[in-house]
Design a protein. Structure first.
Length: 256
């Protein structure tokens, strides 16, 4: 039986939740306390640090670009003694500042940009996702992965992982859409970001779709995976470099 999203949320402002408790095929369940997803911890440092104070993280995977990380005025202590892997690419698909360049004319344009971006994400973020899944295959848990808001890059990575583990599709979408409960906190951080100052003079109805989790976005990511790889498991092998043994090990470690 799948635990409710509310039972798994550790910090709503930090969009932090445990992926454990989700039911998978074959009567299995994703173990709690092993894999967490969130917004950038520095965005809600006290909330996330407090929520994770009893969790001795082994590994953190930061899916943001180098530029996004370097723009932070303060870095989080929530990582504790965990080893941190960062995406050192100069830019990364999903960076809000880059997305805004193409989505400032209408709400429809924002929807279009996000839908297209999600379709590209499994391909353009394959190297980052490869690192994430590689750490899981090695048993480097408890593990936390995040991007900026914990919605797009984190959402797609979580959905791929849950699908690979055999979590039911409805629960995968429910977990993705749960980010909308943190919408107010996401908007607040969005408007505080100096790199996004231009949006303060733009009708919020235009950029609001960029900050919402929308079922159509995630569907575009899964459709892209099907088109380019035939399915999630084939994608994991071809694009993430996982062997059958790696996939089996991830399932062994994370499911009970």
């Amino acid at each position: 039986m799948t635990e409710s999203v509310g039972d798994r949320v550790l910090s709503m402002p930090g969009n932090l939740r445990d992926l454990g408790g989700l039911a998978a095929q074959g009567g299995l369940t994703l173990k709690s306390g092993l894999v967490y997803r969130s917004a950038a911890p520095a965005s809600a440092p006290e909330e996330i640090s407090r929520a994770l104070q009893k969790v001795e993280l082994s590994r953190v995977v930061d899916l943001r670009s180098k530029a996004e990380y370097e723009q932070e005025s303060a870095h989080s202590s929530a990582y504790g003694k965990a080893r941190v892997w960062r995406n050192m690419a100069a830019q990364a698909l999903g960076d809000p500042a880059d997305l805004l360049k193409y989505a400032m004319t209408s709400a429809y344009e924002s929807l279009s940009v996000l839908t297209t971006g999600y379709a590209r994400m499994p391909l353009e973020h394959a190297s980052s996702f490869r690192a994430l899944f590689g750490f899981l295959a090695k048993g480097e848990t408890p593990l936390l992965f995040h991007c900026a808001a914990g919605k797009d890059r984190t959402g797609v990575a979580a959905a791929i992982l849950l699908s690979l583990l055999g979590v039911h599709e409805a629960d995968i979408y429910e977990d993705y859409l749960a980010t909308n409960a943190a919408f107010d906190a996401i908007v607040e951080r969005f408007l505080e970001n100096p790199a996004l100052a231009v949006v303060r003079d733009v009708d919020p109805d235009i950029w609001r779709p960029m900050l919402l989790a929308d079922e159509a976005y995630l569907a575009a990511a899964f459709a892209s995976i099907k088109t380019h790889a035939g399915g999630v498991e084939s994608y994991a092998r071809r694009f993430l470099g996982l062997s059958a043994g790696d996939i089996g090990e991830i399932r062994r470690i994370l499911l009970r």
